[in-house]
Design a protein around this ligand. Structure first.
Ligand code: COD
Ligand code: ATP
Length: 197
């Protein structure tokens, strides 16, 4: 079974691309979603997050206070490094456990992660896909999706590797703009991975 990493800058459309792969029957591990789940369920991680970012990191009923943590880490490089240091090893372990349960008949799986290249986890994948969209479109899509300001989105963009750097590390690119068809690009890659396996 091939392990395919998929990434892209904030708002590039990596989750949208993964949803298309899912309609073709491909299992997807959503690292960002799992990260937020284990930040609630893993007791050691919960303690680490509270120690680093304060008790306000969780609401009274134990939910993650994303806004509180985001306001700290996307304005302080050291705090962001601390958060990544706490969360990423736990996400790597969760991925390894998830892969173990995938039936051998599955030809390939996708690992969707915002920080695939930054965290080094792309090295554990057989091939890696980069989703690219123009910065202005990404900005507008995230403002609309999350109801946040342009400054908040730009603060996250600034913490991510540039597309120029990511292209050097990627095996394939998907262009999620207004001219190239996303579905045709996904179908082509799907066929290629089926032929590889
Ligand atoms: C800081 C948190 C609480 C903000 O939560 P929020 O719901 O606002 O954002 P969400 O997790 O849905 O991420 C949205 C996008 O923000 C960007 N982003 C998230 N975490 C990071 C990060 N550590 N560094 C740079 N960009 C990031 C990505 O483009 C991501 O797709 C959350 O992102 C988090 O816990 N991040 C740390 C875990 C992590 O590194 N996740 C990403 C890869 S596993
Ligand atoms: N081709 C497209 N046409 C119109 N809207 C799109 C397209 N691709 C993505 N979107 C929308 O743009 C927003 C961002 O897409 P998506 O959530 O897939 O990006 P992402 O890369 O996973 O973002 P993040 O890094 O924030 O997790 C979503 O609201 C999605 O519905």
């Amino acid at each position: 079974m091939l392990k395919i990493g998929i990434t892209g800058g904030i708002g590039s459309g990596k989750t949208t691309v993964c949803k298309v792969f899912e309609t073709l029957g491909i299992p997807v591990f959503y690292a960002d979603t799992v990260a937020k789940q284990i930040m609630i369920t893993d007791e050691i991680l919960v303690k680490g997050v509270k120690d680093a970012f304060g008790k306000e990191s969780y609401t009274n009923n134990g939910a993650l206070n994303n806004k509180h943590i985001a306001a700290i880490v996307f304005n302080d490089a050291n705090k962001l490094a601390k958060l990544n240091e706490l969360v990423h090893p736990a996400v790597f372990r969760a991925f390894d456990n998830w892969v173990k349960d995938i039936p051998a008949s599955v030809p390939f799986i996708l690992k969707e992660a915002a920080l695939l290249f930054e965290s080094g986890s792309y090295r554990m994948c057989d091939k890696n896909i980069l989703v690219i969209a123009p910065e202005e479109i990404r900005l507008q899509r995230v403002i609309q999706r999350d109801g946040v300001t342009a400054e908040q989105v730009k603060a996250r963009m600034d913490k991510q590797m540039s597309d120029e750097e990511k292209i050097k590390l990627a095996d394939y690119t998907i262009y999620n703009n207004e001219t190239d068809s996303l579905i045709i690009q996904v179908i082509r890659l799907n066929q290629m991975f089926l032929n590889m396996h």
